[in-house]
Design a protein. Structure first.
Length: 138
């Protein structure tokens, strides 16, 4: 499996993990165009966040691209019914085990991909947003 690590401000410890022979590519900050290409190319997205607040845009973005997502409760924070569309795991060992298990389960990945796209259509498309705004003004 190839692992792409994407995100700005990668420190020296993270950068040192890059290894062509182990299939680890540290990308750091990437352009929107390169990120879109990665979303089209990858089998799944892992969002191992340990801290943060509010809805994580990159988690929603991965769902938008139909990527199966495994994340922590922090990565799923603020996303309604997150447990129905993503795998959520907080333990380090359990998180790693879920990645391996999911990576090797083509049927589950396909199911999660379809759920991701349905979720975005239902909750994050412009029509869904207008319905929420409309409810606020009733």
């Amino acid at each position: 499996a190839k692992l792409y690590v994407v995100g700005s401000n990668a420190d020296d410890e993270i950068m040192a993990l890059e290894s062509e022979e182990k299939g680890i590519s540290i990308r750091g900050f990437v352009s929107e165009e390169e990120l879109n290409k990665l979303y089209d190319h990858v089998k799944m997205v892992a969002v191992p966040l340990r801290y943060g607040a509010g809805v994580k845009g990159k988690t929603i973005e991965a769902l938008y691209y139909g990527c199966p997502v495994i994340t922590t409760s922090v990565g799923a924070e603020g996303i309604p019914q997150a447990d129905e569309v993503m795998v959520i795991e907080n333990g380090e060992q359990e998180f790693a085990e879920k990645i391996v298990s999911l990576y090797n389960d083509f049927e589950k990945l396909e199911e999660m991909s379809m759920k991701s796209l349905d979720y975005i259509r239902t909750n994050n498309c412009i029509d869904a947003v207008w319905k929420i705004v409309e409810e606020d003004f009733k």
